[in-house]
Design a protein. Structure first.
Length: 328
């Protein structure tokens, strides 16, 4: 699959009321500058169609997963709209009757084919049990309190409502991070945070359970995009509204020498035979259901009707017994 602009792809209105994690202060949760996130998404909205290929790709993969449910949803929420792709795909083939689109920037909901709400993903302005479905595509990785945001999403779902989200994982932009770190140390004698920390796929399932969502499922994709050089990748990230919003970042402009050295290191380490450089985007997909009495539940220990040993045609032994020599 080829993407535009020389890329190739394989395969406030309301005042925020953050949910706090027990034992963590508000300062410790402020990993990202949310005002900066809003400004950058607003700036990117005007020309997003020139840079939204990744949003479109992930939206298609997310809606494909939604198609497995074989259900209709009378009212759905698109949490953190990143452009028109997800809403159009979802309304087109997934059994959604009405859609509400929420984004922190006016420009991202101006052309929405749905009811539009401008609000922060960290402070949902909806009553409990409002939606049959919540979809979110590549929006929650800039949220400071991800467990709190998931808790709010769970509360906003009706019983047996579905939560389905995609967010960037920890392997995202690993090549760029390595090149920037080495270049900054070499040119400036020290390094600061330049790329967002991302969620770890190993922790995603526990986050869903912590939020109160039942039947959690987590899977991942790795999408590789190639560019003529690292500077083209950086321009694309700016056009997507995905440049650095880490609160602890340096407030001065990046040195030209640092960026040029990072581009050179990127090419030296990662360029392919054709001279193009790869950029890895790890996408984690989260699926969970608001609790309901009709859902499947794990059986109680000891309630099985048949023994595992019989199914495996093996000998059952009490825990701690030694296996006789020569027996495997």
């Amino acid at each position: 699959m080829k993407a535009p602009l020389g890329r190739t792809v394989n395969a406030r209105a309301l005042r925020p009321v953050p949910c706090h994690i027990e034992g963590m202060t508000e300062t410790e949760m402020a990993v990202f500058d949310r005002r900066l996130v809003r400004r950058r998404r607003e700036r990117a909205a005007a020309r997003l169609e020139q840079h939204d290929f990744l949003f479109r790709e992930v939206a298609e993969r997310l809606v494909d997963r939604l198609g497995d449910t074989k259900r209709r949803f009378s009212l759905a929420l698109e949490l953190g709209r990143r452009g028109p792709a997800l809403g159009r795909l979802a309304l087109g083939k997934s059994g959604i009757e009405r859609l509400v689109a929420l984004a922190p920037a006016h420009g991202l909901v101006r052309d929405a084919d749905a009811t539009a709400v401008v609000a922060d993903e960290e402070a949902l302005p909806f009553a409990d049990s409002s939606f049959d479905l919540i979809l979110s595509s590549l929006a929650l990785h800039w949220v400071n309190d991800l467990p709190g945001a998931l808790i709010q999403a769970c509360r906003a779902l009706k019983p047996d409502g579905l939560f389905l989200a995609a967010l960037f994982g920890g392997e995202t932009l690993r090549e760029l991070r390595a090149a920037l770190l080495e270049a900054e140390i070499e040119v400036e004698g020290g390094a600061g945070p330049r790329v967002s920390p991302f969620a770890d796929v190993r922790d995603a399932g526990s986050l869903l359970q912590r939020a109160g969502l039942a039947l959690p499922v987590v899977d991942r994709d790795a999408i590789t995009v190639t560019y003529p050089d690292a500077l083209a990748l950086m321009r694309d990230l700016r056009g997507m509204g995905e440049t650095n919003a880490v609160a602890a970042q340096r407030r001065s402009f990046s040195r030209r020498a640092t960026l040029l050295r990072a581009a050179a290191i990127y090419e030296e380490r990662f360029a392919g035979p054709d001279g193009r450089v790869p950029a890895t985007f790890e996408v984690i997909y989260l699926t969970g259901w608001a609790p309901h009495g009709s859902q499947q539940k794990a059986l109680k220990p000891g309630s099985a009707a048949a023994r595992l040993a019989a199914a495996l045609d093996s000998e059952e032994r009490p825990a701690g017994d030694k296996v006789p020599r020569g027996v495997r």
